[in-house]
Ligand binder design. Sequence first.
Ligand SMILES: Cc1cc2nc3c(=O)[nH]c(=O)nc-3n(C[C@H](O)[C@H](O)[C@H](O)COP(=O)(O)OP(=O)(O)OC[C@H]3O[C@@H](n4cnc5c(N)ncnc54)[C@H](O)[C@@H]3O)c2cc1C
Length: 429
Amino acid sequence: MVTEQNGMHADAPGSGKAWTGWRPFFVDHRVDESDAITSFWLRPVDGRTLAPHAPGQHITLRPTGEGAPAGHRNYSLSAPGDGRMLRISVKRDPRGAVSRWLHDHAVPGTAIDLLPPSGDFCLPASGRPLVLISAGVGVTPLMAMLEAVEPERRVAFLHGTRDGATHAFGARVREIAGARPGLTARVHYSRPRSADVEGRNFDAAGHLTVDAVAGQVPLGESDIFICGPVGFMRDMVTGLRKAGVPAVRIHTEFFGDFAVLDETAPDAAPALSSNAAMAAPEGLDPASIGAALLGSAADAVMASDREGIIVLWNAGSERIFGFSAQEALGRSLDIIIPEPLRARHWEGYHHTVATAVSRYGAGDMLSVPGLHKEGHRLSLEFTIVLIKDAAGTVTGMVSTLRDVTRRFEETRALKKRIAELEAAARPEG
Ligand SMILES: Cc1cc2nc3c(=O)[nH]c(=O)nc-3n(C[C@H](O)[C@H](O)[C@H](O)COP(=O)(O)OP(=O)(O)OC[C@H]3O[C@@H](n4cnc5c(N)ncnc54)[C@H](O)[C@@H]3O)c2cc1C
């Protein structure tokens, strides 16, 4: 939706979605934030003013143009909107398709398409103290929050990274902290180099722990935002829950599984099978029972977000499709769809997301071909449930899939045999 503002075209503020569908942007300029993280400032080709987004939200990016990799990826917006450009900050995955392409090929003028900002990892208007905890490239949504938070609000910003070479936004955080008495910033380097000076570019050696966080703020009274590698988030969530922080005050963003430059860096912590399990406190509460059931289900249970990125992957999914949770989370559903069927699948998927109406009724059992990691075809029965927010907008889908390959093959063989018998029994001539 667009409105006229001061004689200029502008996206409608507060309209929920800044725009609909893919919108052409181009790279305005890029800034190296660390050895592996580069920021890309993106400007809409149509020149319209951009509606503000909620700090913490992400966009979905699709490379375009000749030689660009296929597929789309999510990137958190690392700065609050200025109405003209959006900033993303991307870590180069040496084996990754899109992040590597951005780093190696996206220069001022390079065209890309974006879906509008989305996600609910955003600042609450509670006025409570804020604790922003990140490791590695997980700092990106928290930078947008830090830049946008009201000056009078008490904030603790805690960040962990390997060393001065991997440390992004250090100077900017120090600048903000210097100008704001209510802000405490603390940075841990897990393996400082000899050039890194404690007390100047970092505050302590070793991993960022809950104890380090607890020393900074009254945890029980705060809204806590965590973003980083899954193992790091799991340790933080578990530690905070044990320290008595209610689950409702802990907000997490999961970037999916992607390779790291250094496997001993904090980013390399082991992956967890699902967001549901991550938030589940220990003990017999409904969340942990739900997570346990999900883990033990024979069927594949998976959830995908609006863009078709896998956000939940249970043990049944691992068994049926061969991808571990680590390999599947954060990837597109494309990994389990045979190539010739993908275009049709996405047409239906995006239509369902846009209209909030599924072609299928909940509980309908449908039979479709699927793809195993090893490349062989599967036959699947599945049912889907749409996840909607309070406004009725589709935020994702949960699918339950059953592997019926054997039954399908048996039925096919049986039909073939019947056809042969019928042909043999038919009188000649
Ligand atoms: C909400 C959200 C916000 C995000 N924000 C950011 C952000 O601010 N900054 C950022 O840098 N990232 C962010 N990400 C992660 C980002 O979306 C990408 O996942 C990341 O950039 C890697 O994408 P890629 O195309 O480079 O790698 P991909 O090509 O997706 O590969 C990822 C890894 O999987 C491995 N892989 C690929 N194919 C296979 C296969 N067939 N079998 C086994 N392994 C395989 C590759 O070796 C690689 O290491 C975010 C993700 C989400 C969900």
